[in-house]
Design a protein around this ligand. Structure first.
Ligand SMILES: [Zn+2]
Length: 232
């Protein structure tokens, strides 16, 4: 996937989540907040924006035009945004773009989103959850929603696959793990609990995508006691 499409889909994924929390705000606000958030990871805001509007493609849009497409997509389920992205993206990205827009049931937002209203006032928390969801979706999709521990692939009643993303070195204040693919695994809810509470140790062979530093963190800090079963 090109950087432009990866960045744009991440922004649009955030837009979708922000719009759900703030349905009455204008699309320019959703876009501005999502863009700023992606930019907060170190990419310049104008680069994120340039990706989103297809700068340097023959189909560049203005800010007002992209906001118009986004609003119609969110509010009226219009296909115009998808059609414009398909027209402006490289052929190799077309399938990924189409998948993004045709997911009949987008993965539910992280459960934290459904906590009482008070938590929504803490923008940092909200954004972290949304951002995790964007990255988590990508990782879960890449692994076809299959648990990296027990290999189970859960299908919900409507046929949608379900998996959860776990940060091996947790993100919270006391742990400060990164929101990075080298720190994220795709697991079923059962195995997720076992990892969260240190019921099982992790093995580098099974989790080849995870940085050894985070595996060590899990095995020594999260699993505080010796004698936990080791995963092979
Ligand atoms: Zn599992």
């Amino acid at each position: 996937m090109t950087q432009r499409i990866a960045g744009s889909l991440e922004v649009l994924d955030l837009v979708r989540g922000i719009a759900r929390l703030n349905p009455n705000k204008p699309a320019s606000t959703w876009r501005g907040e999502a863009t700023a958030h992606v930019a907060s990871r170190g990419v310049a805001t104008n680069t994120v924006f340039a990706h989103l509007v297809g700068k340097n493609t023959p189909h560049t849009l203005s800010a007002a035009e992209i906001d118009h497409l986004v609003a119609a997509w969110i509010r009226d389920e219009s296909h115009d945004l998808k059609n414009w992205m398909l027209k402006s993206c490289d052929k190799s990205d077309a399938i990924r773009v189409a998948q993004f827009f045709t997911a009949a049931h987008p993965t539910p937002l992280a459960s934290d989103i459904n906590e009482p209203k008070e938590t929504e006032r803490h923008l940092v928390t909200t954004y972290r959850v949304l951002r995790d969801t964007a990255l988590a979706r990508r990782i879960k999709a890449d692994r076809d929603y299959k648990c990296q521990i027990c290999q189970e692939r859960i299908l919900l009643g409507d046929g949608t696959p379900y998996a959860e993303a776990h940060h091996v070195n947790p993100l919270g204040n006391s742990h400060n793990g990164p929101d990075d693919p080298s720190n994220i695994v795709c697991v079923c809810p059962n195995c997720h609990v076992k990892l969260d509470y240190g019921a099982i140790k992790m093995d580098q062979v099974l989790f080849a995508n995870v940085h050894s530093e985070f595996i060590d963190y899990h095995n020594t800090v999260i699993c505080k006691f010796d004698g936990r079963p080791h995963l092979f």
